[in-house]
Design a protein around this ligand. Structure first.
Ligand code: SF4
Length: 385
């Protein structure tokens, strides 16, 4: 039976056929279309194309987003024929867990996923007192080429589809609901787009995924929009687009240096959009959404951790609604880039605080399990070769 072709679905899932989609340009196959790629009207159209009553799509959606199951055997309110047709067409397996590693007494769980085409991605579930954060990947690999980052060294494989992004969250939500994560049953409360990839370089699929994560059941998972953080290295036009979406997600800007000379090297996209332009876009985002911006700053020993750079950063941020997250760099094996000494980190933090800039040193969960972004997937790719 042919799978439905969703109306006006842009991006990786645009050419829907049964099984992996084939691009007409002869390029990479695209992921099969999944329920989580579609909004409610698109799902109803898809059900109708399959010869089913449109409301059956809502029933399927309640199972997937509400009860967190994709097992047709558990969908007993759907007639057998509808169940087989809908689940067969709209719930293809997108990601297969290849490895799972945990630490922090089982409260941090990192999963290496293999996609339908063999691409590897990672997600991390982090349980804290009172909240559970899922860190998701938006691309397989990354094209931004930051020299200190494992993912950046491997380059971009491809954009993920919206459903491939949402699937990472659903898997975490399911494990929590079933009590499979240390600490007992729970829910995903926060999502950060800080896994592999530059989210705003996969704009349309990331926005679609955010809507699926935050629309109430049966449209999506019903997670608060305010609990979603989208990070970027500073793709200025895309920040402007995001500000106009009417989605009050938190924006996190990975700055890593206050001066263009160093940032041109650490974050090569800075050669296109300079620090001042990136921050202007961030302040416009604040004005449009009312959300404070997070400034991410990976502290790299003797590279960007000098006291004068702390002062320069403070000058850029004071009088703006920004919060700085200092991240001790998790070194990639074999790399010359490594974390700042604790004393240097403390002084950097103290200088920002003294200038009235809100600052915290980020808890580096998952460090023991190849925690730097892309390390697990890089290992998976190497093992598959
Ligand atoms: S730090 Fe982020 S943006 Fe830069 S290469 Fe790595 S994943 Fe991409």
């Amino acid at each position: 039976m042919p799978a439905p072709r969703p109306p006006a679905l842009a991006g990786p899932a645009a050419t829907a056929v049964a099984g992996p989609g084939r691009r007409r340009d002869g390029g990479r196959p695209r992921p099969p279309v999944h329920l989580a790629d579609l909004d409610v009207p698109e799902r109803r159209s898809a059900a109708a194309e399959l010869g089913q009553q449109p409301f059956r799509a809502d029933q399927l959606s309640r199972h997937y987003f509400g009860r967190l199951t994709d097992d047709p055997g558990e969908m007993t309110d759907l007639p057998a024929g509808a169940r087989a047709a809908l689940s067969g067409a709209l719930l293809p397996r997108l990601l297969t867990a290849e490895r799972e590693l945990s630490c922090d007494q089982g409260q941090t769980v990192k999963t290496l996923w293999r996609a339908f085409d063999g691409a590897y991605i990672e997600s991390v579930l982090m349980r804290y007192p009172g909240r559970v954060t899922m860190c998701v990947s938006s691309q397989a690999g990354c094209g931004m080429a930051c020299p200190f980052c494992a993912t950046g060294q491997a380059g971009l494989t491809r954009n993920l589809s919206a459903a491939e992004i949402v699937t990472q969250v659903v898997a975490g939500a399911r494990a929590l609901a079933r009590g499979e994560v240390a600490g007992g049953p729970g829910r995903v409360s926060n999502i950060v787009f800080m896994g592999m990839g530059e989210p705003l370089a996969n704009y349309s699929q990331v926005i679609r995924a955010v809507r699926r994560m935050t629309d109430p059941v049966p449209g999506g998972l019903g997670i608060s929009r305010r609990s979603v953080t989208v990070s970027t290295v500073g793709l200025v036009p895309a920040i402007g687009r995001l500000a106009a979406e009417g989605l009050p997600v938190r924006l996190a800007v990975s700055l890593h240096a206050p001066d263009d000379r160093l940032r041109d090297e650490l974050v090569p996209v800075n050669q296109r959009w300079k620090v001042a332009e990136v921050l202007d876009a961030a302040w416009a985002y604040v004005a449009a959404t009312g959300r404070r911006v997070s400034i991410e700053y990976a502290l790299i020993r003797e590279v960007n951790d000098q006291p004068w750079r702390a002062e320069a950063l403070a000058r850029l941020l004071s009088d703006h609604p920004a919060h700085v997250n200092l991240i001790p760099l998790n070194p990639t094996p074999g790399s010359r880039w490594t974390a700042s000494d604790p004393g240097v980190m403390a002084e950097f933090e103290a200088r920002l605080a003294a200038r009235g800039v809100p600052v915290t040193v980020r808890d580096t969960r998952g460090r023991q399990i190849d925690g730097a972004c892309g390390q697990l997937a890089a290992a998976g790719t190497a093992a598959a070769r």
